[in-house]
Design a binder for this molecule. Structure first.
Ligand code: PRP
Ligand code: ADE
Length: 237
C-alpha cells in the first residue's frame, strides 16, 4: 500500500527547508517520505557536504551504505572525503551474492522481513579499517543495526553512523550503545493516523534522549538522560 495524503511535513536538512509528502503505510501509520533519488543534484551536494564535513575529523578510511537509498548517500559522502572505493550492503539476493554475510532486517517501510548482505569479497576493504556507515533514514533502526552487525563481522572499527534524517526515536532503544555513533542532518516524527489526519506520534518522540550534540546531558548516564527528556516533554517544555 502506498497512499499519498494531502498533508506535507516541513523539515530542515542541514539548515535548509524541505517539504515532504506524508504517505500512509497502513490504516494507522504514516511517514513523511524522503525519496533521495527524487531530490535532485543540489540536495545530494547539500547532504554530502554536511555529512562529510561532520565525519572528516574522525578520519574514516571507507564509507558503507545500505541499498537502495543509502547508495547515493555513500557515493556523495565518499566523493567529498576523497575516498575512491565504497561498500554497498545489498538487499536483494543475487546469484553473485551467494557467498555473502547475511543479517535480517525489518524496516519501517517494508511489510516483509528483508535480508542485508555483505559480499565476502568486500571484507578485505573493511577488515581493520575505520568505517563510516551511512543511510538515508534511520527509523526503527533495524537497517542500521543490521548494517553495523555486518560491518563488525567483517572486522571493521565503526567510527560513525550518518543519516540524512532520523525518524522518531525508537531506533535509540534498538541500537543501544551504538546510538551514540549516530549523527543526522535533520529529524522527522513518525505519524499516527487519527480521524483520517496524520498526527506526530508522541510515543516515539517522547522516547528522545537529550541529544549529545546539544551537550547539556553529555556526562549523564543513558537512563538519566532518558528520564530527564521524558519529564521535560511531559511538562510541555
Ligand atoms: O530504520 P528502519 O526502520 O530500518 O528504516 C530505514 C530504512 O528504510 C529504508 O530502506 P528500505 O528497506 O525501504 O529499502 P530501500 O532503501 O530499498 O527503499 C531506508 O533506506 C533505510 O534503509
Ligand atoms: N521517511 C522515510 N522516507 C524514505 N525512506 C524511509 N525509510 C524509512 N523511513 C523513510
Amino acid at each position: 500500500m502506498y497512499l499519498e495524503t494531502s498533508q506535507t511535513y516541513r523539515v530542515q536538512v542541514a539548515g535548509e527547508n524541505f517539504s515532504l509528502p506524508i504517505v500512509r503505510l497502513s490504516e494507522r501509520r504514516a511517514i513523511a517520505l524522503l525519496m533521495v533519488i527524487d531530490m535532485g543534484i543540489r540536495f545530494g551536494d547539500l547532504v554530502g557536504d554536511a555529512l562529510a564535513r561532520h565525519f572528516a575529523q574522525l578520519k574514516p578510511d571507507i564509507v558503507v551504505g545500505s541499498a537502495t537509498l543509502g547508495v547515493p548517500v555513500a557515493i556523495e559522502v565518499s566523493r567529498r572525503l576523497g575516498i575512491d572505493q565504497y561498500v554497498i550492503l545489498q538487499k536483494s539476493p543475487k546469484f553473485h551474492l551467494a557467498d555473502a554475510l547475511v543479517e535480517d532486517v525489518r524496516s519501517i517501510t517494508t511489510a516483509v522481513p528483508q535480508r542485508l548482505l555483505l559480499d565476502r569479497r568486500s571484507i578485505k576493504l573493511l577488515q581493520g579499517r575505520r568505517v563510516l556507515v551511512v543511510d538515508d533514514v534511520i527509523a526503527t533502526g533495524s537497517s542500521m543495526a543490521a548494517a553495523l552487525r555486518l560491518v563488525r563481522r567483517a572486522g571493521a572499527n565503526i567510527i560513525g553512523a550518518g543519516a540524512i534524517l532520523t525518524e522518531g526515536h525508537a531506533w535509540r532503544n534498538l541500537l543501544g550503545d551504538d546510538a551514540r555513533l549516530v549523527t543526522s542532518l535533520g529529524h522527522i516524527p513518525q505519524f499516527d493516523i487519527v480521524d483520517g489526519v496524520a498526527t506526530p506520534d508522541i510515543v516515539t518522540e517522547k522516547d528522545a534522549w537529550t541529544d549529545d550534540r546539544a551537550s547539556p546531558g553529555k556526562n549523564l548516564t543513558q537512563f538519566q538522560r532518558r528520564r530527564a527528556a521524558i519529564q521535560k516533554s511531559a511538562a510541555g517544555m
